[in-house]
Design a protein around this ligand. Structure first.
Ligand SMILES: *Cc1c(COP(=O)(O)O)cnc(C)c1O
Length: 427
């Protein structure tokens, strides 16, 4: 979302038909606000792209981007699948009433207890990551006299152009079975020999916040080659090729994301070059589904002017509700939600309230004249924002509100001081 795509009325930022300044008043700040129609529309764009290209597909929302009961319920309404990466995400999804057969379970170090929880709840597919996990799962299946669908997470040696912290597809990665060295084939053999595991297909995830299509085209090609090898070696043809997530979104004018339809049509064209049957194609978008739909509303407080330097404008949240700028220099843009009609007059650092010099939410933000009590809205905070929130300095985590059709609904309560000590024991 860039600033000039926003809607405003009477100088106030409007989100999903609702006045954001009213939201800040009603629910307090810091506040996460999600425009749910945008989320639905992102999913529908992916679906339409697959249908236009005549591919069998599945959209599996990578829920680590934002994982609360209400978002799992939206995914259920949209008939999407979901990825989870922990017992906690799995628990949340199940408690939300999300159908277990549409859940994929990821992670490079799932525990026996997590695998057993997945198996007992008849989860859709476990994405196997390493040899230790094959053994653990085999034990779980034996002691529960159960069977389960699995996929193999592969590291096909492709790294898409992106921020280095986000690269997970290259050979030197903690994730997946390496293809080059024969680990992938060894893993396939182990799984195919296990009667309690049904090998649904192969998976790879090459990175995050990816803008170019080349990485995905290379990946599609490589995965078809790997499928052919599996056919030659084991007379096995995958039912599913899972190409992971990582589709980029625009956090500012410099980011130039590619549309779902362009991504998917290029992938489809590559897959169809093969004379083999094209398996069902699954993708796992996280950021591109929820990123642009999220806003964080803050109240502006103190200000520090530094001679010959940019001023610091502080807000009532910071790294505890959005750690991405401190963690990997993520860039955001903001607007003053109650001054949408006013001209920018200065550039300032937007500082958080946490006791860390690195707690700067935005390094350089153009602002109109501001005063304490103004509402700052940081844009595109829907992905990896609330899901990474924490209680540093014993600040309670914010509330989360969904807006749709001009209505707002509280979906996560604001933490209280009492909540903060609820796990503490006296000594
Ligand atoms: C994180 C992750 C995703 C989602 O990545 P986005 O950049 O949010 O789209 C998808 N698949 C796997 C395996 C992941 O780890």
């Amino acid at each position: 979302m860039i600033r000039n795509e926003l809607t405003s009325k009477n100088g106030h930022l409007i989100i999903g038909g609702v006045d954001s300044v009213d939201l800040a008043k009603k629910y307090g700040t810091p506040l996460y606000v999600f425009d749910i129609e945008m989320i639905r529309s992102q999913i529908r764009k992916f679906k339409a792209a697959f249908e236009e290209n005549d591919l069998n597909y599945q959209i599996s929302y990578a829920s680590k981007a934002f994982a609360v009961k209400a978002i799992y319920q939206v995914m259920k309404q949209e008939n999407a699948h979901i990825d989870v990466v922990s017992g906690g995400e799995l628990f949340t999804a199940l408690e939300a009433g999300f159908p277990s057969d549409k859940i994929s379970f990821h992670g490079n170090n799932k525990s026996y207890a997590e695998l057993e929880m997945a198996v007992k709840n008849h989860i859709g597919v476990i994405i196997l990551d390493n040899f230790h996990e094959i053994e653990l799962l085999s034990d779980v299946l034996q002691s529960n006299n159960a069977s389960v669908n699995v996929m193999l997470r592969l590291t096909p040696g492709i790294s898409a152009h992106t921020h280095k912290y986000d690269q997970t597809g290259q050979t030197d990665s903690k994730f997946g079975f390496d293809v080059e060295s024969g680990q992938a084939s060894q893993a396939a053999k182990a799984v195919l020999n296990n009667k309690q595991m049904n090998l649904l297909g192969i998976h790879a995830h090459i990175g995050s916040q990816i803008f170019g299509t080349e990485g995905f085209i290379m990946l599609a090609k490589k995965m078809m080659e790997i499928a052919k090898q599996l056919k030659e070696e084991f007379n096995y043809w995958p039912q599913v090729i899972n190409l992971g997530g990582g589709f980029g979104i625009s956090y500012n004018q410099d980011d130039d994301p590619i549309s779902a339809s362009e991504f998917i049509s290029k992938i489809a064209a590559e897959l169809k070059k093969s004379d083999e049957n094209v398996p069902e194609i699954w993708i796992e978008p996280g950021r591109s589904i929820v990123g642009a739909s999220g806003y964080t509303l803050y109240t502006i407080g103190s200000r520090k002017d530094v001679p010959q330097h940019l001023p610091y404008v502080s807000v009532d949240g910071g790294m505890g509700d959005n750690i991405r700028p401190a963690l990997y220099q993520a860039k955001y843009e903001a607007v003053v939600a109650n001054k949408m009609d006013e001209k920018d007059v200065e550039t300032a650092h937007i500082a958080g309230k946490y006791c860390e010099s690195g707690d700067i939410l935005i390094d350089k933000q153009a602002l109109p004249k501001t005063k304490p009590g103004d509402i700052l809205a940081i844009l595109d905070t829907g992905a990896y924002g609330y899901s990474m929130a924490m209680n540093y300095n014993r600040n309670p985590r914010p509330a989360v509100v969904f807006v749709e059709n001009g209505q707002s609904k509280l979906v996560v309560k604001r933490e209280t001081y009492q909540d903060l000590i609820s796990l503490d024991c006296d000594y």
